[in-house]
Design a protein around this ligand. Structure first.
Ligand SMILES: [Zn+2]
Length: 75
């Protein structure tokens, strides 16, 4: 699967990436964390970080002999 095809599996909006800390770029929502005091922080990631994380998932699946299905980060 090409990088563009993997990125097309996600919905994008302008924001900041939790992983590389770049801002004002297209990101996709992956989830949120809530602190003990109740503050919620949304976790969005940029395209480069999504491709890095998908690559890590693909290598992990390959090592474990499992099937790799892109597009499910954060779900
Ligand atoms: Zn990033």
């Amino acid at each position: 699967m090409t990088p563009d095809a993997i990125l097309a599996l996600y919905a994008w909006h302008v924001g900041s990436c939790f992983r590389c800390a770049q801002s004002s770029l297209f990101v996709t929502y992956l989830g949120s964390v809530t602190t003990p005091s109740g503050d919620e922080y949304k976790l969005d990631a940029c395209g480069a970080c999504i491709l890095n994380m998908e690559s890590e998932r693909q290598r992990w699946a390959s090592r474990k002999g499992r099937e790799y299905a892109p597009g499910s980060l954060g779900s």
